[in-house]
Design a protein around this ligand. Structure first.
Ligand code: UT7
Length: 340
């Protein structure tokens, strides 16, 4: 069977960095509380008028360049905050990237969106529908945050990350392993934007403005995130025929540093094997895994052939995991590895 192989990576953060102090002042919070309970020091917010497509084009363009050029026959965009409810944002992103005419659509799986989009891209390749797929995770969560909700306002940030998948051969570095994907709609109300869809409609009776904001039952979600990512990660490792102790880098959804630490403990991995960038970017939802990968590639943490385990959990509830050996990406960044 044709394998789906990672061949390029890119990420982008909007320029405006927002330190904890800026939020703490208006939220009856403090830099110390935010650091202690989440591990976050700052996050980036898109400026007024900047939409998720703008971030996706930046990250997608960098990933295409990293893969050697503007070439793809499909664009899959994972996002919770599309430019508008209709149409999907991906076609606009594809056109602006110089890829008009390609298949392009959005995937909605909130913080697990990037893993779902990767699985979709891998599926397009396995089915022979596409040979090269740009997979982007991007979110502008600042556009749906309730400014009065201190538990969500301090966690989320905006950003975008992307990879290019190409058709390749089984066993190549960069080949995506078997996926583990799952969901539990019984938890749909735990992470939600209640209005704006077909349930609480824009037409007719007007919902209270707060209903358009993102809401999360953080405490209830916390341990579910740890336990479900652990189960899903274990499934993906088993399906790949790996052992957990062989994993060099755990790249989990960056929801809260304490979640990442507990997850590493639950899996029996040293915490140092968890890639983490939450301190500087916060929880960037669909962008969080590709942004963490991009940073770890750029700083040389990920070396060619390293065993990488991706796992995510979030609204839906939905989760997903996959393994890969890090590929040689010759984009002038990173350090390569023993194969180079
Ligand atoms: O991305 C999708 C998946 N998301 C997650 O997995 C997020 C999971 N949840 C979390 O990360 C954490 O639950 C939060 C960061 C959202 C909250 O942290 P926590 O340690 O669970 O706090 P808590 O909700 O248990 O609240 C403890 C206290 C409360 O005060 P009282 O009732 O004990 O007096 C909160 O009102 O901390 C208070 N609090 C804050 N205080 C200062 C909540 N947020 C803040 C804040 N600053 N920003």
């Amino acid at each position: 069977m044709v394998a789906a192989v990672v061949t390029g990576i890119g990420g982008w953060l909007p320029p405006r960095a927002v330190p904890n102090e800026e939020l703490a002042a208006r939220l009856d919070s403090s830099d110390a509380w935010i650091r202690r309970r989440t591990g976050i020091r700052r996050r980036h917010f898109a400026s007024e008028g900047m939409a998720v497509s703008d971030l996706a084009v930046e990250a997608g363009g960098r990933a295409l360049k990293s893969a050697g050029g503007c070439d793809a026959d499909a664009v899959v965009l994972a996002t919770t905050t599309p430019d508008r409810p209709c149409p999907a944002t991906a076609p606009d992103v594809a056109t602006r990237l110089g890829l008009p005419g390609v298949a392009a659509f959005d995937v909605a799986a909130v913080c697990s969106g990037f893993v779902y989009a990767l699985a979709t891209g891998a599926g397009l390749i396995a089915a022979g529908i596409a040979r090269r797929v740009l997979v982007i995770g991007a979110d502008v969560f600042s556009s749906i945050l309730d400014p009065a909700d201190r538990s969500t306002s301090v966690i989320f940030g905006d950003g975008a990350g992307a990879v290019v998948l190409r058709a390749g051969s089984a066993g190549e570095p960069g080949e995506l392993g078997p996926f583990d994907l799952g969901s539990d709609g019984g938890g749909a109300d735990l992470i939600t934007v209640p209005a704006g869809g077909s349930r609480q409609r824009l037409s007719g009776a007007e919902p209270a403005p707060g209903q358009y904001y993102f809401a999360m039952a953080g405490k209830e979600v916390f341990w579910r995130a740890v336990q479900q990512m652990a189960r899903s990660a274990q499934n993906a490792v088993d399906r790949a025929g790996w052992r957990l102790e062989d994993v060099d880098h755990l790249v989990c959804h960056q929801a809260n540093q304490r979640i990442t630490d507990h997850l590493a403990d639950e899996l029996g991995l040293p915490r140092a094997r968890a890639v983490t960038n939450i301190a500087d970017v916060g929880n960037t939802a669909a962008a969080s895994i590709p942004l963490a990968l991009d940073q770890a590639h750029a700083d040389g943490t990920l070396r060619t052939g390293d065993r990488v385990l991706l796992t995510a959990f979030g609204g839906g509830l939905a989760w997903g995991s996959v393994t890969l050996r890090w590929p040689a990406i010759d984009d002038g960044r990173g350090q390569g590895g023993p194969d180079e």
